[in-house]
Design a protein around this ligand. Structure first.
Ligand SMILES: Cc1ncc(COP(=O)(O)O)c(C=O)c1O
Length: 365
């Protein structure tokens, strides 16, 4: 028997049907004809001027507080390189984005992992560590629709984190690529906007609102930090892709981005709803927090369950996902991440049916 075509719940990427291909083609056409000199030159490491201005307006900061990069991963890498030396203590959330953990480990950082709760990082635990003498250089926080945990940081915790960064003099790195993808409820203010002591550096991206292949992201933060990162960027690649950034600038300024965000949100809300209903129906042992937006849902199975074995069996049955331990330095053996961004709603039921069959195979009645 031929195995069924695999359904991937593994990749944090959008399916092609929610990428605004026609609007992107139009934006490219206009960008290239209206400003060929800007689009096709090297430009500067700050980024394409009209895009930098659009981002500054959106974030309520001055243009010299922005550096636009080739994806926000590049921005993260610059910030980490600027701030983190071997042996420096860095706070991360547990679980956290796997690429962040790898990047920090490669730089020789000492990592202090603080658990996540339903409303974001356990700020009491962080405060206790600080009172106990921990002196981090940096704390990495994913505030909205967390990757991988799906949770969102409460307003109270945002305020407390900004206060702790000021009192204990560390940089709060607000890594926020999913902010625009809220399905319901009121948006919370960014920690960047709550900060009056220049302790917050904010990152976001057009990967989730335009498309990941365009590779445009940015940092917003204190002028001196941004100036240093612009210098690092010049030394690294002269300038980011002006072709990409000019297209994104036109996409934003023409209003296409608001349409794109609506399309993405409507599709992902439906996928989230189908997924949650299917999990409740077919996998009642699964515990999860319903994400209010974004790409991801984090599943916890009963203590002692083996998500690695589940992933292996599920793969044989034609569904793949990332096991929880990949997002943690230790633990997470009973957890896994589902990305519902890359699958159509009609594939999700089938994916969960296969997942539940794999679970039954591992846990005979
Ligand atoms: C928390 C987080 N930070 C950064 C990134 C990188 O995004 P970009 O495509 O802008 O490099 C991602 C992508 O999945 C992410 O989830």
């Amino acid at each position: 028997m031929t195995p069924p075509e695999s359904i991937s719940l593994a990749r944090g990427a959008p399916s092609l049907d929610i990428v605004a291909v026609d609007d992107l083609r139009g934006a490219a056409d206009r960008a290239f004809s209206q400003d060929p000199a800007g689009a096709f030159a090297y430009g500067t490491s700050a980024g394409y001027g009209p895009l930098v201005e659009w981002i500054a307006g959106r974030q309520g900061v001055a243009p010299d507080q922005i550096v636009a990069t080739n994806g926000s991963m590049q921005a993260d890498a610059f910030l980490f390189r600027l701030l983190v030396s071997p042996g420096d203590l860095v706070v991360v959330e547990a679980p956290s984005y796997d690429r962040t953990l790898l990047a920090l480990r490669d730089l020789g950082a000492e990592i202090l992992a603080i658990p996540l709760e339903e409303d974001g990082i356990d700020v009491d635990a962080l405060e206790q560590a600080l009172e106990g003498g921990a002196r981090p250089k940096l704390a990495h926080i994913i505030p909205n629709f967390h990757n991988p945990a799906g949770c969102t940081l409460s307003l109270d915790k945002r305020r407390r984190l900004v206060g702790l960064a000021e009192s204990y003099d560390f940089v709060l790195f607000e890594d926020d690529p999913y902010v625009e993808l809220r399905f319901e409820g009121e948006p919370e203010p960014t920690m960047l906007s709550l900060d009056s002591a220049d302790r917050v550096v904010y990152a976001s991206s057009f990967s989730k609102t335009v498309c990941p292949g365009i590779r445009v992201g940015y940092l917003a933060g204190p002028t001196d930090v941004i100036a240093q990162i612009r210098r690092m960027a010049t030394a690294t690649y002269i300038s980011p892709s002006m072709v990409s950034q000019s297209i994104v600038a036109e996409f934003c300024n023409s209003g296409a981005i608001e349409r794109s965000i609506e399309t993405v949100k409507n599709a992902l809300r439906e996928r989230r709803d189908v997924l949650c209903a299917a999990l409740r129906r077919d996998l009642p042992d699964a515990r999860f927090v319903v994400p209010e937006g974004g790409y991801f849902l984090w599943v916890e199975l009963p203590e002692g369950s083996d998500a690695t074995a589940l992933a292996e069996r599920a793969k044989e049955l034609g569904v793949v996902f990332v096991k929880g331990a990949d997002f943690l330095l230790e633990g997470g053996e009973n957890a896994f991440r589902i990305a519902y961004s890359g699958v159509r709603a009609d594939q999700i039921d089938e994916a969960v049916t296969r997942l539940a069959a794999a679970w039954r195979d591992l846990t005979p009645a």
